[in-house]
Write a protein that binds this ligand. Structure first.
Ligand code: GLP
Length: 259
């Protein structure tokens, strides 16, 4: 695991965006697609801002194919609480990505159609050659995507039940807890772990403890973040606060010279 600590979330986000841009540039130069796994929440917002600037400066995203990690269920795409809305608002509507290359779990599915949808989501990722770079945030309870504590490492895309911690954390977006859905559709742990490269970002003091547990703790289904320890190519991108509880011998300090 490569653990990089940046001065602040802006410089960490810029680094993540540059890693993506380098991959896209390389693939564009040989007319190949870049397949990205994308996350929502407050963590990646600055990365999307940086990617929009990179796109404006001439790096084309016309050959990127994106798969989002998750979506609340049930959820209308048009709802401002949906991850569909979030992705268009923070990223897609500002760049030259092709609409047909955007894949987000569909919270409008009928319950009886969900398992077929999830199977098709997995197949679609595979048909496009698998995910090159998977962007991740980390839930306060260690969830990745919406894979909550207790989920096994071989889980695939499926309907999941949200934990109380996760629903409480979402109140800041929904206003009232009663408004937060009880379920979601999430890419599975095994789907996430099959990406070539995983970049997990976390910012702020509130993530310091779960970052430590995920990186330094015993592999455990109680903290899905620890599953990342089993992957051969993971970059953890932190700011000084989220890294503050880590054992210092294990981290590389990157000077913030990027912005
Ligand atoms: C959310 C999302 C995750 C996200 C995590 C952290 O509920 N489903 O994909 O990474 O929880 O959220 P935030 O970035 O807002 O801290």
């Amino acid at each position: 695991m490569e653990v990089l600590v940046f001065e602040n979330k802006e410089s960490g986000s810029l680094y993540a965006a540059q890693v993506i841009a380098n991959k896209v540039l390389m693939n564009n130069s040989v007319n190949e697609e870049t397949v990205l796994g994308l996350a929502t929440g407050s963590t990646p917002t600055d990365m999307y801002k940086a990617l929009i600037e990179i796109n404006k400066s001439g790096v084309s995203f016309s050959r990127i194919i994106t798969y989002n990690l998750d979506e609340y269920y049930p959820m209308k795409k048009s709802s401002p609480h949906s991850y569909h809305y979030y992705m268009y608002d923070h990223f897609f509507q500002h760049v030259d990505i092709h609409e047909e290359n955007i894949f987000i779990p569909n919270g409008e599915n009928k319950n009886e159609d969900l398992s077929k949808f999830c199977e098709e989501y997995e197949l679609s990722i595979r048909r496009n050659g698998g995910i090159d770079i998977q962007v991740l945030g980390l839930g306060l309870n260690g969830h990745i995507g919406f894979n909550e504590p207790g989920f096994s490492m071989d889980s695939l895309t499926q309907k999941v039940t949200l934990s109380d911690t996760t629903r409480t954390a979402a109140v800041k977006y929904f206003g009232k807890k009663e408004e937060v859905p009880f379920q979601a559709i999430s890419m599975g742990i095994s789907t996430i772990l099959s990406a070539d490269h995983i970049m997990m970002m976390a910012w702020g003091n509130e993530k310091a403890e779960i970052v430590k547990e995920s990186i330094e703790g015993q592999l455990s289904k109680d903290v899905p973040g620890t599953y990342l320890q089993t992957h051969k190519n993971v970059t953890i991108i932190l700011d000084a606060e989220s890294a503050s509880k880590l054992d210092n011998d294990r981290i590389s300090l990157i000077e913030s010279k990027l912005s």
